[in-house]
Design a protein around this ligand. Sequence first.
Ligand SMILES: NC(=O)C1=CN([C@@H]2O[C@H](COP(=O)(O)OP(=O)(O)OC[C@H]3O[C@@H](n4cnc5c(N)ncnc54)[C@H](O)[C@@H]3O)[C@@H](O)[C@H]2O)C=CC1
Ligand SMILES: O=C(O)[C@H]1O[C@H](OP(=O)(O)OP(=O)(O)OC[C@H]2O[C@@H](n3ccc(=O)[nH]c3=O)[C@H](O)[C@@H]2O)[C@H](O)[C@@H](O)[C@@H]1O
Length: 435
Amino acid sequence: MMKIAVIGTGYVGLVAGTCFAESGHEVTCIDVNPRKIQALKRGEVPIYEPGLEELVRRNMAAGRLHFTEELAGSVGPAQVVFIAVGTPEGESGRADLQYVLAAAEQVGRALKQYTVIVDKSTVPVGTADKVHEVVARHTRCEFDVVSNPEFLKEGAALEDFLKPDRVVIGTRSERARKLMAELYAPFVRTENPILFMDPCSAELTKYAANAMLATRISFMNDMAALCEKVGADVEQVRKGMGADKRIGYSFLHPGIGYGGSCFPKDVKALTATARDMGLEFDLLRAVENTNARQKRCLLTKALKHFGDLSGRTFAVWGLAFKPKTDDMREAPSVELIEGLLGKGARVQCHDPVAVESARRYFGDRVLYAPTNYAAAEGADALFLVTEWNEFRHPDLKRLKATMKSPTIFDGRNVIDPQLAREEGFTYFGIGRPSS
Ligand SMILES: NC(=O)C1=CN([C@@H]2O[C@H](COP(=O)(O)OP(=O)(O)OC[C@H]3O[C@@H](n4cnc5c(N)ncnc54)[C@H](O)[C@@H]3O)[C@@H](O)[C@H]2O)C=CC1
Ligand SMILES: O=C(O)[C@H]1O[C@H](OP(=O)(O)OP(=O)(O)OC[C@H]2O[C@@H](n3ccc(=O)[nH]c3=O)[C@H](O)[C@@H]2O)[C@H](O)[C@@H](O)[C@@H]1O
């Protein structure tokens, strides 16, 4: 059993802390946001992440998981301290390290014994050294700084954390290496490896992985645009490509652009790191440009189809940046809805869990419908934005009867175009022949 402190109770800190508690350690999660901590102390998880609340409550009840705003009291006795605070986009696309370095300073002041300080936030190359410098300025205790980037996906965070494809540990210290190996042993019981490397390589691995996944998405979105021009179906092309084992199927789904709290900022941050080193990462610039165009593509299609959008009513199914989360950060729905409102249209939307998050973006400027069918009432067209399972097989007859004109803009290619057309819909997908 180890004593662990986790700084930052966002998606990463809360999931990591809870999963370490689940494997028998005594974990204290710390946050500067008093509302988050108060909610967590009541066993209420402030984010929507399947299975997380149940696991939090179970570990709290077992006395292994605690929440506090008091950093010093929890960091002092801990053998391992995780820094899992935000690293948002900063000046010129660089990662803003102010929260990481502020946490490092607080950790430095609080150390009472040898401690392994683990950077779990996504941070640019060289940050482990910076954290080391900051901590060293405030303590005389021995410590090591380890880079341990996180690869979990929102909506599947517990599964990803508990059964990771790999764990990346960047350290030059044998003592820290042993401790980290012990900590992660329960999560890598199969053949999935713990990869030990130097801190710089670990830091870069995180950005490289996200940038590669974003590149695959933009590649497919460009391919979709070409399919539309030549009359091919990108879904057939995707399957034909994915069947090649060297390519594989994952992250080849075209759509309305990648969103979320990480791909957009991480692609920019890696480009900025390269630029700072005198290297123009042209490929990643193209990935970003394609993504920006893709986020506008449904609006472009609607303008082409309708001409003028003012006075029209549109249904939007899905607000979150992906299914199984209420996270709206960089969600493609935001750009689409702002575009529709900007053209004088009315928007009626529905999302199974993200309505509260959406209110922070749109306030009362849109109508939040209690069901997806209610959102479609009297609509000139339906925009399918997030591929929640419940949107995949709509009752097309009911939908047609509800809408003013049966038109679908399917931003995720989840509705069968043939079925939709048979029911009398005008259907537009991404990279599919239009009706
Ligand atoms: N969201 C995700 O799915 C993933 C995120 N990451 C990376 O992990 C890091 C954290 O991301 P999220 O969990 O999404 O962030 P988040 O924004 O959801 O949570 C960060 C938390 O840290 C707290 N915080 C900030 N400064 C603090 C301090 N000095 N002391 C205590 N608490 C403090 C904030 O109040 C906030 O609750 C980022 O670097 C991100 O790029 C990595 C993999 C997945
Ligand atoms: O660093 C991070 O924060 C995380 O970023 C992503 O995870 P996440 O953003 O939670 O969600 P993804 O499932 O990767 O989706 C990201 C975006 O890409 C889009 N996407 C994904 C896959 C695809 O084939 N096509 C596509 O357009 C999604 O709709 C979504 O908008 C990575 O998948 C995680 O490994 C990483 O840890």
